[in-house]
Write a protein that binds this ligand. Sequence first.
Ligand code: NAP
Ligand code: HSE
Length: 577
Amino acid sequence: MHSPIVVLKFGSSVLENHEAIPAAVLEIYREIRRGRRVVAVVSAFGNRTDELLASARQLFDEPDPASLARLLETGEAESAATLGMALDQAGVPARILDAGQIGLKTSEEILDAEPHEFDVVRVRQELLAVPVIVVPGFSGKLKSGAPALLGRGGSDLTALFLAHGLRATECRLLKDVDGLLQVRKDGSLDYGTRYATASYDECLRVGGPLIQPKAVEFAARHGLSFRIARCGSGGGTFAGPVESSFESIDPAPAPTTVVLGGLGTVGLGVFRWLQSLKSDFRVAGILVRDLTQPRPDDVPSHLLTDSVETLLEAHPELVIEVIGGTGKAADLVHQARAAGCRVVSANKQLLAIEPELLIETSFGHDRLLASASVGGSVPALELVGTLTQREEVVSVQGILNGTCNYILDRVNSGVEFPDALARAQDLGLAEADPHLDVSGLDCVYKLSLLATRAFKEEVTVDRIDCEGLDGITAERLQKASESDGELKLVATARRTSAGIVARVGLEILLPHHPLFGCEKEANRLVVETEGHRQVVIDGKGAGRWPTTVAVVGDVLQCRQAELKLGKILDSRRAKAS
Ligand code: NAP
Ligand code: HSE
């Protein structure tokens, strides 16, 4: 069974500048968490196309179209490359494929061409290898292989054209407004009312600069539906072969008040991402251990406290715990829950050893979210949760500790163990107490969380056998190399006739093994369900940004749940009055 494909198109109004990149990464990551594969079509940043056009016209009275097409397509190439680098940093496996690589052929009108075909098989194959491909929109190739452009706003057409060919589950055109707004009689926009649904005709009539008319006409010819929304939205406008309808919206919902426990490797990443999403989140306090420690200039000192009680006086709706351990972190999580706050935590140790938290994490609902606690950017808990809704899970097996995997990778290449560990610490991969990593315990906590969710039965840490990296011997390394295999720390939990059997330990993996070839700090998970179906996901499992993307993914999910709840309560109040 193939994963559903979603085509996301990031327009220039969304990619206003480089600061908008985290929001785009999050939008893509949100879909991967839902088990979808993503084709991300990008426009040029902000006014880039206009700037390039103006510079050409300043130099030449009538710029040659073939050269102009080459110049203008560099705008989309720049934003695709930037998004590709950002996805890599966040640990999300992605490839950039340009129009030539996906065989996107067009008609011969160089500056206003029609797309004719693309290599559907190639794109589908790429999406089996990685969950995301990034495609620079707006351009295709003439018969000669030279570039052609699809007209102004042509990235919309690229997105719809690819969605149509791939039979995508959804095509979402991301804009700076959350849908198509109603136009008043005087021609002004009503920011409080949007089209819940919009017919093609209505899109053409009022879509104006928001959607390319040529793209709407393409959709109409093929009966394609699509969504117009802003990043992080739970709705927007559904456009297609439908009657138009309206709904009222809160034009600017208040930002969610968030407090942060911890400002270390992960905490600082989370703080910075939340700062780039200021219209959605307000950070009202940060808990640290040492108030005298110097902090980066972008962290306002008035936000810092070393007291849980003071932190919670900000009346947050959401508390993020990225402290680690079972002391202050536990105080914060328990007090936050007692105060009715939603909690996001990356602390596998705490969640695995406290039975109440273990059970609640395994439910995976929006009051306690912990995506980052297992797999970093790899949505491991989400995948297992989704699979268990459909079928029985037979086993989960994975490389779940980035530090150990990094160390083994280096040791296999001849680096001394202490040097490899020191480097993993420098890279921000290791726990504050690295013994938790190298002893295998960190993996045990993660396996406990995963297996409890997979088997709907408490798989507590005391039920998991554990061997750590102290089991590395020269003989085992030699045996691995003689068999063309590799020595890895593998976590496995399997349902057997005698119950759940769970173990963390060193194993020699041979090249045909689905966990073979997992490098550096990467994590990989293989879930086997009844009928011997195997689902494999991977990505970076540790480090600031791969963990940040998972934490902020949870934070966004909480905000959406909160907004949805607010909407339900509002409509109940309206009915009651
Ligand atoms: P870290 O760099 O050691 O940062 C810990 C932060 O918590 C620091 O800001 C520290 O304050 C604060 N803190 C520690 N003890 C405290 C106390 N008693 N009271 C108040 N604040 C305290 O740790 P990290 O790597 O960011 O990891 C944080 C959590 O995320 C852990 O649960 C870890 O397992 C989890 N995680 C980490 C990664 C990763 O790749 N690093 C990946 C997934 C999950 P000071 O700044 O004052 O020292
Ligand atoms: N120390 C952990 C690791 C962090 O290396 O995997 C991610 O959970």
